[in-house]
Design a protein around this ligand. Structure first.
Ligand code: PRP
Ligand code: MN
Ligand code: MG
Length: 179
């Protein structure tokens, strides 16, 4: 599995330090509130799990499954909602937790949809941001790392559903996805 990785872009230690910092920032920002943390499955599941453990305020967690990539390395632009929230979000402070923002299509669609539900507030936290590839005007409120335009896997991010359990962020060898 790790033979398919060309280089390590962000180490396990760098991720840990950053997630701790993001957790502390959010704890300060949402002091006295109980935000609803919304993990975007499946990519954000590892980030979510580590992020909430670095927050010392009361939070609730919910999960949404949307998919736009399938087995390709390019977003199709077609966002499918595979699982909606269980929680009623009216009046809530929502924190969307994403692993990566690339074209921005997934989140812009989602944020627009959620805004129609009478929220008190909504913010986006992403571990990785790839701003060069943006197709819509979308900026995260909080971002861990800005990365170059390379196909990355690990720490939740997949290629054709694999590599999610690699503990660091790595660049996949091009021959792996070019066949
Ligand atoms: C990936 C990633 C983000 C989204 C970012 O999810 O986890 O959710 O694409 O791309 P975008 O900004 O171009 O929309 P994917 O659709 O691959 O589903 P997954 O999280 O289950 O892997
Ligand atoms: Mn995803
Ligand atoms: Mg994916």
């Amino acid at each position: 599995m790790e033979n398919d990785i060309k280089e390590i872009l962000i180490t396990k230690e760098e991720i840990e330090a950053k997630v701790k910092e993001l957790g502390e920032t959010l704890s300060k920002e949402y002091q006295g509130k109980t935000p609803l943390m919304v993990c975007i499955l499946k990519g954000a599941v590892l980030f979510m799990a580590d992020l909430v453990r670095n927050m010392d305020i009361e939070v609730e967690m919910d999960f949404m499954a949307v998919s736009s990539y399938g087995k390709s390395t390019e977003s199709s632009g077609v966002v499918r909602i595979l699982k909606d929230l269980d929680t009623t979000v009216e009046g809530r402070d929502i924190i969307i937790v994403e692993d990566i923002i690339d074209s921005g299509l997934t989140l812009s669609y989602l944020v627009e949809m959620l805004k129609g539900r009478n929220l008190n507030s909504i913010k986006i936290v992403t571990l990785l941001d790839k701003p060069h590839r943006r197709k819509v005007d979308l900026k995260p409120d909080l971002s861990g790392f800005t990365i170059p335009d390379e196909f990355v896997v690990g720490y939740g991010l997949d290629y054709a559903e694999k590599y999610r359990n690699i503990p660091y962020i790595g660049v996949l060898k091009p021959e792996v996805y070019s066949g």
